[in-house]
Design a protein around this ligand. Structure first.
Ligand code: FES
Ligand SMILES: [Fe+2]
Length: 399
């Protein structure tokens, strides 16, 4: 995971130079992020190199973050640039550097790279990160489980017919007429191309086609010309992850009605959060506000409101790290089996000094699809160029 750029936090969490720093947990490390007086973003070890006080309480001033315990001060690269608790002639500060990770801003997010500097790839070219700001809506929430559990939900088309029944209003017939999709999975340069096929009529299949991009990006099949949905499932540590949820339209700004879908009553994959936090209002402490009456009524399969919370509820209910020796995988888990294989192969490749897949940003230019195809047509052929991300905004990015 250190070989990939990581979506770390919203640019807006550090709204202006010298604003308060924030805590950031990523890949098992506790970090602190700040924006210095010149607008540069730093992401450094949360704990001061002197005696370990948290720099979250630090003073962000004059191009550096100053520890409030004894005044040591660090720049965005982690260099100690002031050490007022030591005699001025001391050279000690030049020996001190905090762990620091490079940051770049794209798509409203701050991305960081925690791998070997000489192997740093280009910034991701996922379509949602490239389109103009008005074309996208992004939310994030903390999920109390291992990232893989969450991600596996993102590549598992079969749960949609059950868990989200009643909420995926507009195309529910397409998902409930056949609840046992057949999967076809292709290995690609970025990860996997996943086709889930449902019976429609004698000549036709309904295909939900999604990509899984190494190491944690999933997409939701597109419904006609609507915005496309997707996720990034980023480990905070082994038992918590960031669930980034994204909607974007490749060709036009989102309409007010679409934004209402994300922040209004329906909320889709963007649950309501406890103000000032990234924790959903409906969470495991209150059983996700399950409404048994609603569940019984059949209007909702779960009785839990919002698609994102439905996912979070079942994924967290598996436990912080589900013991996979207890599971029984069926044919509908084909994509999950393949993703695990690719992840394990990538681990072995990196251990052997090779590159993992999906580092080349050009391979990220893909998008999902949902479409009816004659039974005789292979899904990747039938979808054709529809699987390529072709937002005009790509022409504006420079290497
Ligand atoms: S612990 Fe930070 S300056 Fe002493
Ligand atoms: Fe889901």
């Amino acid at each position: 995971m250190r070989r990939y750029w990581i979506p770390a936090f919203f640019s807006s969490e550090l709204p202006h130079p010298d604003c308060p720093p924030i805590r950031v947990g990523l890949l098992g490390e506790q970090l602190v992020a700040f924006r210095d007086s010149e607008g540069r973003v730093g992401l450094v070890d949360e704990f001061c190199a002197h005696r370990g006080a948290s720099l979250f309480f630090g003073r962000n001033e004059e191009c550096g973050l100053r520890c409030v315990y004894h005044g040591w001060k660090y720049d965005v690269e982690g260099h100690c640039i002031d050490m007022p608790s030591e005699p001025p002639e001391s050279n000690f500060k030049h020996k001190i550097r905090l762990t620091a990770y490079p940051c770049r801003e794209r798509g409203g997010l701050v991305w960081t790279y925690m791998g070997p500097p000489e192997r740093m790839p280009g910034l991701p070219e996922l379509e949602w990160a490239i389109v103009p700001e008005g074309h996208r809506y992004i939310s994030k929430r903390i999920q109390d489980c291992n990232y893989l559990q969450a991600m596996e939900g993102g590549i598992d088309s079969s749960h949609v017919s059950f868990l989200h029944r009643g909420d995926v209003r507009v195309f529910s017939a397409r998902l409930t007429r056949d609840t046992a999709p057949r999967f076809e999975v292709h290995r690609t340069a970025y990860g996997l191309l996943i086709g889930a096929r449902r019976e429609w009529d004698a000549e036709t299949y309904y295909w939900r086609i999604t990509q899984w991009l190494m190491p944690w990006y999933t997409m939701i099949p597109r419904f006609e010309e609507r915005p496309i949905g997707g996720h990034a499932w980023v480990p905070i540590d082994d038992e918590h992850c960031w669930a980034w949820s994204i909607h974007w339209h490749p060709d036009r700004p989102l309409t007010d009605a679409e934004r209402d879908d994300f922040v209004g009553q329906r909320r889709d994959i963007h649950p309501e959060l406890i103000p000032g936090t990234f924790r959903p209002v409906a969470n495991k402490d209150n059983d996700y506000l399950i409404d048994r009456e609603l569940q019984r009524s059949g209007r909702s399969f779960t009785g839990i409101k919002s698609i994102g919370i439905q996912d979070q509820a079942v994924q967290e209910s598996q436990g912080p790290r589900f013991d996979r020796t207890k599971e029984h995988l069926g044919t509908s888990d084909t994509a999950i089996i393949n993703a695990r294989k690719r992840l394990l192969e990538a681990v072995e490749a990196v251990a052997a000094g090779q590159d993992p897949p999906g580092l080349d940003p050009a391979t990220h230019r893909v998008r999902s699809a949902g479409l009816f195809l004659p039974k005789t047509v292979p899904f990747d052929e039938g979808a054709g160029d529809g699987l390529l991300a072709r937002s005009p905004a790509y022409e504006l990015i420079t290497a």
